[in-house]
Design a protein around this ligand. Sequence first.
Ligand SMILES: NC(=O)c1ccc[n+]([C@@H]2O[C@H](COP(=O)([O-])OP(=O)(O)OC[C@H]3O[C@@H](n4cnc5c(N)ncnc54)[C@H](OP(=O)(O)O)[C@@H]3O)[C@@H](O)[C@H]2O)c1
Length: 369
Amino acid sequence: MKDSPELERWMRQALALAEQGRGAVEPNPLVGAVVLDAAGQFAGQGWHQRFGGPHAEVFALAAAGERARGGTLIVTLEPCCHHGKTPPCTGAILDAGIARVVAAMSDPFPQVAGGGLSQLRAAGVEVHVGLCEAEARQLNAPYLKLLHTGRPWVHAKWAMSLDGKIATHTGDSQWISGEAARRVVHQLRGRMDAILVGRGTVVADDPLLTARPAGPRVAARVVVSASGQLPDQCRLRQTARDAPVIVYTTHPERLAGWAADGAEIVAFSSHDWSVEAMLANFGQRRFTNVLVEGGAGLLGAIFDAGAVDEFHVFIAPKVLGGAAAPSPVGGSGRATLVEALMLERFQVQPVGEDVYLHGLARRRDAVSV
Ligand SMILES: NC(=O)c1ccc[n+]([C@@H]2O[C@H](COP(=O)([O-])OP(=O)(O)OC[C@H]3O[C@@H](n4cnc5c(N)ncnc54)[C@H](OP(=O)(O)O)[C@@H]3O)[C@@H](O)[C@H]2O)c1
C-alpha cells in the first residue's frame, strides 16, 4: 500500500491543503483530506480552516457526498474520536460509508492517541498509517512540539547587512532590509501567537510589532526587560489596548504605568526568572508559534538557552562596518566551531534586493516531531 504512487500523490495534495490553515487553526493541528470514490476517482477534498471550525475530514466528506460510500479517505492526521469543539470525525467517516482510511500519522493528542484509528478498524474500515509521515510531522512540528514539551515553536528573525550588522555603530537600523523583505516579516507576524523584543529594541526603534496588513491571527507583543526600565512614551504602550502587550520582568513595580495603560505584566523573582520559564509560561497560554525579533541581547539569551527552532534571516546588499556595530546574536555564544548550531532544510530566496535565508535548527537532542 505504501508503495502506491497514486495514493502518495493524493497524500501530498492533502498535505498542501493542510498548509492553507497555517496561522488560523493553532493550537489545533493543520490537517488536509482527500476522498476518492470506490473506483479510486477524486470525489472531494477539504482542510481544517480555522480553530473551532469543522475538521478537514468533514469538509472533504461533504464535498464527496454519496460518492464517499465504499471510497477511500486520505488524511494527513489520524481522525479524531472525541467530542471537542466539533463532533468526532470517526462518526462522520462511518456515516459516510468510507471503506478505507489512509492516514499519514497518528495524533498524539491525549484524547485521540490511536483511539480514532482503532475505532475505525473495530468498525471494519481498512486502516493504513504512515504514508508521507515525515512530511506530515514536519507540517505540524509546532503542534507536536507544544504537545510533547509544553513549549512553543520559536522562530528567530533578523535583518542584517552583508557584513553581519543589525544596526550601525550609532544605532541606526531603520531600515536594513528593503520593502519586499519587510512584507515577508509582516506575513510571518500575522501567523504568530507572540512577537518578542528586548528592552533595547523598544528604546532604539520604538516598534509597533503588528502585522500590516493583518494576518489570520493577532500576536501578543512581548517585551522582555528584567530591569523594567521601559520608556513612558512609546508606541507599544500607547497601543496596548488595541492589541495585547505583555512585559516579562523581575521589576513589576516600575511598570505600573504600563499596566494602567493596558499591558499585562508578568513578574518573576530574579531567582525564578529564565528564558525557559518564559517559554513554559507561553506554553501554558497554548502559544504554538512565537517570533523573536531581537535585538542582539534577547536573541543571544534565547540562542544560549538552545531555544530557537527556525530561522528567518534577511541579508541586505549593504556594508556597514564598524567594530562597535552590533551583530544579530549576542549572549555568550558557542566556544568552538564544532559546537555551532547547524541549520537544515534551508532555502535561499531573493526577496526584492535582499536575500531571505530560511531554515530549521538541527538538534541532536530534538524531540521527535
Ligand atoms: N536589524 C534587525 O533585525 C534588528 C531587530 C531588532 C533590533 N535591532 C537593533 O538592535 C539594537 C538593540 O539590541 P540590544 O541587544 O541592545 O537590545 P535587545 O536585545 O532588544 O534588548 C536587550 C535588553 O532586553 C532585556 N533582555 C534581553 N535578554 C534578556 C533576558 N534573558 N532576561 C531578561 N531580560 C533580557 C534586557 O533588558 P533590561 O536591561 O531591562 O533587563 C536587555 O538589556 C538596536 O540598535 C536595534 O535597532 C535590529
